[in-house]
Design a protein around this ligand. Structure first.
Ligand SMILES: Cc1ncc(C[n+]2csc(CCOP(=O)(O)OP(=O)(O)O)c2C)c(N)n1
Length: 287
């Protein structure tokens, strides 16, 4: 498995034709890195991370304009991870894209590590402090407005979760984005159906209809289908005055059937001697 960094994308021109096989290979590489990071830690947010791999591969290796050699490039597209507890996925993609040395990854979640269990903006390539749920979209709206005021062509891609759709601050931000015409903002809503203690029970559905009603240009995809994701991202490029939302239906644990089958996938507990078999499952499926 090669781990070449992202091709430096130094202009804000739209991306060319996608290479879906290459993007799927990247998504697999991200999952493999995450399994390596989580192995031996006993417990963690691995299920959500595995499910986010396709979206992150599509963003960092196709849709976003960014340059790992210049993480502070003012015109870079921004990726905001609102669910800071998905950090394992963030670190995997930052390593795969060349923002950090892969040798750092085993320190994930350890005391004093530069890769804390919940994301912190001191980690190179991490744009916001995550973890206090319900705040990512508001920050993304402010960032998108600021970039536009500066005349920057950069776009803001903001991931947030179905759990965060239970928080009023998310809907306030959604109204604001439409009011202020933030068409340089793409929301990636991770609808995996779970929250801390079980299923999402508050009536957030129909998410896509609600976002549309709030003034967003909205699509809905299987978040583990690379072709669908790439197409939805391409459809979200229009500078038509409307913010864009992609509702992603993801499967926690995607790529590792035993984790998919776990009833309580939010904070998965896995014994030391189970990891080798789980990694073998991932490699056998090559997903
Ligand atoms: C404001 C806030 N309240 C509570 C928490 C504790 N918390 C951490 S993860 C989580 C579950 C949230 O569900 P969701 O965002 O859908 O994530 P998933 O279950 O898919 O990991 C909660 C409540 C938090 N991080 N922030």
């Amino acid at each position: 498995m090669t781990t070449s960094p992202a091709t430096a994308a130094l202009s804000n021109q739209p991306p060319g034709a996608p290479d879906l096989d290459e993007l799927r290979r990247r998504a697999f590489a991200l999952r493999r890195k995450m399994m390596g990071m989580a192995a031996g830690k006993g417990e963690g947010y691995i299920a959500q991370g595995l499910a986010m791999a396709d979206c992150l591969a599509a963003l960092y290796f196709h849709e976003m304009r960014h340059d790992s050699a210049r993480p502070d490039w003012p015109d870079r597209d921004r990726f905001l991870l609102s669910t800071g507890h998905y950090s394992i996925a963030m670190y995997a993609v930052l390593a795969e894209a060349g923002y950090m040395d892969e040798a750092q990854l085993p320190s994930y979640g350890l005391n004093g590590s530069a890769l804390p269990m919940s994301t912190f903006d001191e980690t190179v390539g991490v744009e916001i402090v995550g973890g206090s749920l319900g705040h990512g979209l508001g920050q993304a709206v402010g960032m998108a407005m600021g970039l536009r005021m500066d005349g920057s062509p950069a776009r803001v891609f903001c991931e947030f979760s179905d759990g965060e759709l239970q928080e009023g601050s998310t809907w306030e931000a959604a109204m604001g984005a439409a009011t202020f015409g933030c068409d340089n903002l793409v929301a990636l809503i991770d609808c995996n159906g779970i929250q801390a203690d079980g299923p999402v029970t508050v009536a957030i559905e129909p998410v896509a209809d609600k976002m549309s009603a709030f003034g967003w240009d909205t699509s809905e995809v299987d978040g583990n289908d690379m072709a669908a994701l790439v197409a939805a991202l391409a459809g979200a490029r229009a500078a038509d005055g409307r913010p864009k939302a992609i509702v992603m239906r993801t499967t926690p644990g995607h790529g590792v059937p035993t984790i998919v089958a776990r009833e309580r996938a939010h904070f998965v507990r896995i014994a030391d001697d189970e990891w080798d078999a789980l990694i073998a499952e991932l490699e056998a499926g090559n997903v």
